[in-house]
Design a protein around this ligand. Structure first.
Ligand code: SAM
Ligand code: ZN
Length: 273
């Protein structure tokens, strides 16, 4: 098993059933749901960083309803094509664990998220995967630990991702495209501003091996489903009172997802600092 590192002194943790401990005596309890909190206070930028419990539960309901199943299928297909021999995968910003759950064929699946609520929800359901609270900006793993790394609608910390990937490892970055959820945006914004997005960023230590865009349409019925979709998007932070009122009147929505998949290869020989 991949041994995570102590977030205090960076030595390897001994992973027991109830407690994880390093040789220097720093110890971390395994929570009832099976996850471990390795987020130290100095790496938290607020008391409860990341998605809230409401956001996590909304995401779980939405994803469990299967609306984003085409994304999980495409992810599986890309990993099968680009790293067919892979044994280990890390999902950075894993949320409630839906995409990691679709990758059951990997012997080692790890998910980290800065939100304790997300990790708790993920660990309560998926007992075969390992979940940690940690920040993607400082991953509690030794250099060269993983074959594959994912960032699904979450942040990309290229230097850190390259560090924990094996040389030649694969990083799959999944982003919302420019036309993603136009139906939702038309309801909540009086006018749509054209904002240029960087959808194929150049990343240090990586080469872009492949990129493709997936489009699919899905339909929501019921006000709760519409609200859940909003809660999963960054629009939940930006919506105005008028936008929220307009959305509250909406109880059916057919929308189109536009999802960009970037597959990056970690440079094989390059030595990282
Ligand atoms: C848009 S959600 C995507 C969740 C999941 N990947 C999915 O697609 O269902 C972004 C996630 O990133 C997490 N997050 C935000 N900042 C983070 C950080 N610095 N390190 C790790 N996770 C972070 C949030 O808590 C949230 O769960
Ligand atoms: Zn330690």
């Amino acid at each position: 098993m991949i041994a995570p590192l102590c977030p205090v002194c960076e030595s390897r943790l001994q992973c027991g059933k109830a407690v994880w401990q390093c040789p220097a005596g720093h110890s971390f309890d395994v929570a009832r749901q099976g996850y471990v909190n390795l987020l130290t206070v100095d790496r938290k930028h607020s008391l409860h960083p990341g998605d809230t419990r409401e956001m996590v539960l909304a995401r779980r309901r939405f994803l469990d309803a299967g609306h984003y199943a085409p994304i999980a299928r495409k992810l599986k297909a890309l990993l099968a094509a680009f790293c067919p021999q892979a044994q280990s995968v890390l999902d950075a910003g894993c949320g409630e664990g839906y995409y990691l759950g679709a990758l059951g064929t990997f012997p080692e699946r790890w998910g980290i998220d800065i939100s304790k609520e997300a990790v708790r929800c993920a660990a309560a359901r998926d007992k075969q995967a390992h979940f940690l609270t940690a920040t993607a900006a400082h991953l509690p793993f030794a250099d060269g630990s993983f074959d594959c790394l994912l960032s699904m609608f979450a942040l990309t910390a290229a230097e850190e991702f390259a560090r924990v990937l094996k040389p030649g490892g694969i990083f799959v970055q999944v982003l919302a495209g420019e036309k993603h959820l136009l139906g939702l945006k038309r309801i909540i914004y009086p006018e749509l501003l054209e904002k240029e997005k960087h959808l194929h960023p150049e990343l240090p230590h990586f080469s872009l091996l492949h990129s493709e865009t997936l489009h699919f349409t899905f339909s929501l019925t019921g006000a709760e489903a519409v609200r859940d979709l909003l809660s999963m998007t960054p629009h939940v932070w930006r919506i105005s009172r008028q936008g929220a009122e307009a959305l509250a009147q909406t109880d059916t929505l057919t929308d189109t997802a536009e999802i960009v998949f970037n597959v990056y290869g970690r440079h094989p020989q390059e030595k990282l600092l």
